[in-house]
Design a protein. Structure first.
Length: 626
């Protein structure tokens, strides 16, 4: 370092020291600052005393007033909120309205739904089911007043009376929360609840608010946001059914996908929306427009695994706003279980689509076959394990003709196996095409179709898929025990360990294991061994598939794997009975009779030959012997 650099550093240090000495407060300034600090402390204490001394009076008695302290904080609020500044401070109190089914807690801050408890349901840990709870929830309208941004979610409402609890168990009751700006200018939220109902009637009355500024002059923005808590045993499984649903006005219900790599999904809808639902596996929170929301911005955010919540849902909807001096906007809020029969009562809204029962044919089977039978059996039987058993028997009886045709086809293939083996020995390697042609010719002469056994089984697949959609989302099975399974809606672990194995998890479910074993036994009994001769490795693949399904279904509903196990057991029993009555020698005799008969040309083939003759062509004829 040279002399110039050292001199520069010393010069800069000297300047900083001199500047600090000059700017240091003298004795008078220190005393002045102390007096200001003491004054602010007195003002803050005065504000606390004033806030605690506020009294809440019924709406009929007029505006609740309090003399705010003239401080820098109040001036800041005045600058930010204008005439709404007096409503930005207060004590957050809670008011409850409930019936025998739900308990709705409303917060004075924002006048919003603070929490909802479903009284007749418990979490897997036997705690009360709370759909949402806490300060993370948001519910309020946003607008501009005198160029100042106002959000009612941050302002303090006044209750309609001093009662903190209201009961609607016998008669309808309502809870009113009012945001009073002045005597003739206010916003009132009113929650009305009927006995034995999960539906809350909500109205928003705006008096003297016609001149407020909104993003769209014809609509008022309403924001609703909640964190969805975990209720069930397996978070990952529950998250697969936790989705944001919505319905376009008078159209189909749609939803955000769960099987996606995106943790955040967002959709802006410029057209009318009838309702928006925040749904998890068995319960939903739905906001329904009286007619339709003018637009919507919807957002879903999957939260980290360490979080006690599954997802964060947010909806910003446009409420039609006519800018009247006294205007009321009416909505409905559904807080309840995803029970198909219950939601079907609100068929004008198509809320039953919140129950995941599949699409197309799968939905048709569940809606008109499986669910009616299930509900009918539940009227007479209280044990859902027995209900699933009877349901399986009824379905297997209905599918009996298809099962029998499949067995007959397999029996025909079995008696033809020796002849197929002869063809396999007759044609060496390299002549697979000739061997296949000869095999198909044999099938044709014998009147046997190699797909005859597969087609009846394929026709049963829609039933299997319908059950795959029905059981994991059936709230009737939730926390219903059977045998060793404590809850048929989740897995029935008999062995568990700490470190999870990919796909399989950290346990073994007994019904899943029984399903796998019974599937292998059923396949072994119905194996004709013919296909495995023609397609190398196919036989081994057939027995690998059940093991793969065991890995896939190990975390699924015990009710589902219990049904598959029962279906396999009944199929094994049916095949055993069929074997006693089906004579394979008689089948072989009939096949030989068909082979000896001349195969007649089909009408289609005859028409083709006639068309060829008319066009001047002749079918090829064998050469005459000389």
């Amino acid at each position: 370092m040279d002399k110039n650099s050292i001199f520069g550093i010393i010069l800069i240090a000297g300047i900083l020291i001199i500047w600090g000495i000059v700017q240091a407060p003298n004795k008078k300034e220190l005393e002045s600052r102390k007096r200001i600090a003491d004054s602010l402390a007195v003002v803050q204490q005065s504000r606390v005393i004033t806030d605690s001394a506020r009294t809440v009076r019924p709406l009929s008695e007029g505006v609740v007033s309090a003399a705010p302290a003239d401080t820098s904080g109040s001036r800041k609020l005045q600058n930010e909120l204008g005439e709404f500044s007096a409503l930005a401070t207060g004590e957050n109190k809670f008011y409850t309205i409930e019936n025998s089914l739900i308990r709705l807690v409303v917060s004075s801050k924002g006048g919003r739904p603070y929490s909802v408890e479903l009284k007749k349901y418990k979490t897997f840990g036997r705690k009360p089911i709370v759909l949402f709870d806490g300060d993370s929830t948001q519910f309020g309208i946003t607008f501009y007043d005198q160029n100042k941004a106002i959000s009612t979610n941050e302002l303090y409402f006044t209750p309609g009376d001093t009662a903190t609890r209201r009961s609607a168990e016998k008669n309808s009751d309502s809870l009113a929360m009012r945001l009073i700006v002045s005597g003739d200018k206010f916003i009132e939220y009113r929650y009305k609840l009927d006995p034995e109902s999960y539906m809350v009637n909500f109205s928003m009355q705006l008096v003297g608010m016609k001149d407020i500024v909104t993003r769209d002059p014809a609509s008022l923005d309403l924001s609703w946001e909640i964190n969805v808590p975990q209720h069930e045993q397996l978070k990952k499984n529950e998250n697969q059914y936790t989705q944001l649903y919505f319905r376009h006005y008078k159209e189909d219900v749609t939803y955000f996908k769960t099987r996606t790599s995106k943790s955040v999904q967002q959709q802006e809808i410029p057209t009318q929306v009838e309702w928006v639902a925040f749904k998890n596996q068995f319960f939903s929170s739905v906001i329904i427009a009286d007619n339709a929301f003018s637009n919507a911005l919807l957002k879903s955010n999957t939260l980290p695994d360490a979080s006690p919540y599954l997802k964060n849902f947010r909806a910003e909807v446009g409420l039609p706003f006519h800018r009247l001096e006294n205007e009321t906007i009416r909505l409905k809020m559904f807080f309840g279980p995803n029970k198909f029969k219950l939601l079907k009562k609100y068929k004008e809204y198509k809320l039953e689509d919140l129950v995941s029962v599949g699409k197309g044919l799968i939905r048709w089977i569940n809606q008109f076959v499986i669910i009616p039978i299930f509900d009918w059996l539940s009227h007479f039987i209280g044990n859902y394990g027995l209900i699933i058993l009877l349901l399986t028997i009824i379905i297997k009886i209905g599918l009996l003709p298809l099962t029998y045709r499949s067995y007959l086809s397999q029996a025909r293939m079995k008696v033809l196996k020796p002849q197929i083996d002869e063809l396999n020995q007759k044609f060496p390697k390299g002549k697979e095409v000739e061997k296949q042609q000869a095999t198909m010719a044999l099938y044709k002469k014998a009147g046997v179709s190699p797909m005859g056994g597969c087609l009846p089984m394929l026709l049963q697949f829609p039933i299997l898929f319908a059950m795959f959609r029905f059981f994991p989302t059936s709230i009737e099975l939730r926390q219903e025990g059977f045998l060793w399974a404590k809850d048929l809606s989740t897995y029935d672990a008999i062995v568990s360990w700490h470190q999870a194995i990919p796909i399989l998890g950290n346990h073994i479910s007994l019904f899943t294991l029984l399903m796998t074993i019974s599937t292998i036994i059923s396949m072994k009994m119905s194996d004709t061994s013919s296909s495995s001769q023609q397609i190398p490795g196919m036989k081994g693949m057939m027995y690998i598939m059940p093991v793969m399904f065991m890995f896939m279904l190990n975390n699924f509903s015990a009710g589902l794997t219990y049904y598959y196990f029962l279906a396999n057991v009944i199929t094994i029993g049916q095949n055993y009975v069929f074997k006693q009555f089906v004579d394979e020698n008689e089948i072989l005799r009939k096949i030989e009779e068909k082979k000896s008969k001349t195969v007649k040309k089909s009408r289609f083939q005859q028409r083709l030959e006639e068309m060829a003759k008319q066009s001047g062509y002749r079918t090829a004829k064998p050469a005459k012997k000389r």
